[in-house]
Design a protein around this ligand. Structure first.
Ligand SMILES: NC(=O)c1ccc[n+]([C@@H]2O[C@H](COP(=O)([O-])OP(=O)(O)OC[C@H]3O[C@@H](n4cnc5c(N)ncnc54)[C@H](O)[C@@H]3O)[C@@H](O)[C@H]2O)c1
Ligand SMILES: O=C(O)C(=O)C[C@@H](O)[C@H](O)[C@H](O)COP(=O)(O)O
Ligand SMILES: [Zn+2]
Length: 368
């Protein structure tokens, strides 16, 4: 199988997202000759994915420090970052040394954040092992951790020095996590690449499998969308906001669920909410909202959330990063591949859109 390299620019150090099978051998060249030590941050549950990375780097002559962290979202916590800072200090990690993050989006967000903050910035190389990590989290340099008040509230823009997407890691991913990653693939379709939507609609079942007929094309198209957007606007001063489609409500749902709800599942619901908002604002028709529900449901993603959660979700949305002062801002669509910002929707409009997502009037008890 061929190796694909998708370039990401917009920074003084452009890098490639490399996609292919059995491509961990790309790593030593990315780490480079100036580094002596390499820290390999990985979930403690994914030792078998970190081991070949460590072996390749040891064989290439580096001093390798495997640094296990808690699995999943539990890693995106300041206590975990502080523990890693301590371990880097104990290993006398210098500015020419390198951090490699191996795992899903939660792990690469943490590894990137630690790389951004250690000595005010050392190089990070990311090896995403989830679909979501490959098509979204590992690309573009957003790093961060959660706080009690909300998702990703502390972080830094710190582009990686390289991203290695070894497709051989995907078959072991639990099906639910694979489907979670499809939410970001479908998001890329709605905001920028209609062919993604066509491919999912043509065979939704195949889209849920790492060996599906169009899987590689879906992955590469979604990466290309992300690469184009972050190359144009690394620091989210404008265009990059479109990547937040579905995330305003989605992040609030994740917080309401104490970060036990898959990110992709939450943003799937969030995209339906954003579509309902756009319809109520007169931007899109009911058919496009229905297309959201149909595509997302066809791959097993949720499109509804409980009605009684609205007051808490409404409060959390206030600290969304796109909010300016008291003005809430949502990414919406004017059409497929025509994203826009809806600023300052009324409380009534928001509640009406949420009603369409919960299926129950906001004040009424949830009888589901
Ligand atoms: N920085 C960004 O631009 C960006 C973009 C999108 C999402 N994110 C973040 O990414 C996170 C979600 O990422 P995720 O969906 O990858 O979740 P995750 O990192 O929690 O991984 C999901 C689960 O899959 C397991 N896993 C990972 N790879 C595996 C493999 N190959 N085989 C078996 N199990 C495997 C993990 O151990 C974990 O239990 C969220 O924190 C979200 O905020 C960040
Ligand atoms: O890269 C971006 O920009 C995104 O918004 C991609 C999102 O899929 C991702 O979940 C991101 O972490 C959200 O960023 P945040 O700034 O809303 O925390
Ligand atoms: Zn996301």
């Amino acid at each position: 199988m061929t190796v694909t390299r998708i370039g990401v620019g917009g920074t003084s150090t452009p890098y490639d997202v490399v996609v292919g099978n059995g491509i961990l051998g790309e790593l030593p060249a990315l780490v480079g000759e100036r580094a002596q030590r390499v820290a390999v941050i990985h979930p403690d549950t994914l030792e078998e994915k970190a081991r070949p990375v460590c072996e390749i780097l040891r064989t290439a002559g580096y001093d390798v420090f495997p640094l296990p962290v808690p699995d999943g979202e539990a890693a995106k916590d300041v206590s975990v970052a502080a523990d890693l800072w301590a371990r880097l200090g104990q290993a006398a990690f210098t500015r020419t040394d390198v951090i490699v993050g191996v795992g899903g989006g939660a792990t690469t967000d943490l590894a990137g954040f630690v790389a951004a903050t250690w000595l005010r910035g050392v190089r990070a190389i990311l090896v995403p092992t989830t679909l979501l990590g490959m098509v979204d989290a590992a690309v573009g340099g957003k790093t961060g951790i959660n706080t009690a008040e909300g998702k990703n509230l502390v972080g830094a823009f710190h582009p990686p020095a390289g991203v290695v997407c070894d497709l051989d890691t995907l078959p072991s991913l639990p099906r639910e996590d694979y489907i979670g990653g499809l939410a970001e693939v479908i998001k890329a379709g709605f905001i920028a690449d209609p062919v993604i939507l066509d491919l999912v609609e043509a065979d939704p079942e195949a889209a849920t499998r790492p060996d599906g007929a169009h899987t590689r094309e879906l992955i590469e198209r979604a990466i290309a969308v992300k690469a184009e957007v972050v190359s144009a606007d690394l620091r989210e001063s404008g265009r990059r906001e479109i990547l937040n489609y579905g995330h305003t409500l989605g992040h609030a749902i994740e917080r309401a669920e104490n970060y036990t709800f898959r990110h992709g599942y939450a943003i799937s619901i969030g995209m339906v909410f954003a579509a309902e908002l756009a319809r109520l604002d007169g931007r899109i028709d009911a058919a496009l909202v229905a297309r959201h529900r149909r595509i997302l449901e066809s791959v097993g993603l949720p499109v509804r959330y409980r009605a009684d959660a609205w007051p808490a979700l409404r409060d959390t949305i206030r600290v969304d990063k796109k909010t300016r002062g008291a003005t809430l801002r949502f990414v919406v669509l004017d059409d497929v591949a025509a994203p826009a910002i809806l600023a300052g929707p009324s409380d009534a409009l928001l509640a009406q859109a949420y009603q369409a997502v919960s299926g129950v009037a906001p004040d009424a008890p949830d009888t589901d």
